[in-house]
Design a binder for this molecule. Structure first.
Ligand SMILES: Nc1ncnc2c1ncn2[C@H]1C[C@H](O)[C@@H](COP(=O)(O)OP(=O)(O)O)O1
Ligand SMILES: [Mg+2]
Length: 194
């Protein structure tokens, strides 16, 4: 475990696709100065670089499947270390996606201080993603892939939340509410940390 990384708060942002993770992360970064690490963004940046690894990742992501465990964790860890000097804390968005990833995270990086679980109904998430797809340019914001991502979320990612319940760090947040109301609940959870 990296001491240099874990003397700052590490927050996990969890929730289904389209639940509002990215939206809330942006607001947390603005208020608290945490470093936002979105596993999806890191992966999409790798794809955009055109590297061999990026090409393989693109094929996987387009199918709505999860990319290999070690690849994502390595990328997150590299990004954390790169920001270690300036970071007030880390906000990890969209990781871990499955219990095994959570276990690896604990082993290679450390124990998170808080898991924010932004929770919205499937119907709401689909609606938001279809809307986002009109402008996002994301290859996975289409009806067929959205359905697969939701299925995978319920199967693989919800157990992650149960896994962290045991350590008492989970805060469930109703993200059916308007963005600012969701953020008010998020703020409370973070302020309670200090
Ligand atoms: N509380 C909220 N109410 C209404 N729309 C929201 C919302 N939170 C996010 N959205 C919108 C913004 C995006 O277009 C879309 C998906 O949000 P996002 O932050 O990109 O989700 P995620 O990162 O969890 O996939 O929904
Ligand atoms: Mg996102």
């Amino acid at each position: 475990v990296q001491d240099s990384l874990m003397n700052r708060n590490v927050l996990l942002m969890s929730g289904g696709p389209g639940s509002g993770k990215g939206t809330q992360c942006e607001k947390i970064v603005a208020k608290y100065g945490y470093t936002h690490l979105s596993s999806g963004d890191l992966l999409r940046a790798e794809v955009a670089s055109g590297s061999e690894r990026g090409k393989q990742l693109q094929a996987t992501m387009q199918k709505g499947e999860l990319v290999p465990l070690d690849t994502v964790l390595e990328m997150i860890k590299e990004a954390m270390i790169a920001k270690a000097d300036v970071s007030k804390g880390y906000l990890i968005d969209g990781y871990p996606r499955e219990v095994k990833q959570g276990e690896e995270f604990e082993k290679k990086i450390g124990a998170p201080a808080l898991l924010l679980y932004v929770d919205a109904k499937a119907e709401t998430m689909v609606k938001r993603l279809m809307k986002r797809g009109e402008t996002s340019g994301r290859a996975d914001d289409n009806e067929e892939t959205i359905k697969k991502r939701l299925d995978l979320y319920y199967k693989a990612t919800e157990p992650v939340i149960a896994y962290y319940e045991k350590s008492g760090i989970v805060r469930k947040i109703n993200s059916e509410l308007p963005v600012d109301e969701v953020f008010a609940i998020v703020e409370k959870a973070i302020d309670e940390l200090k």
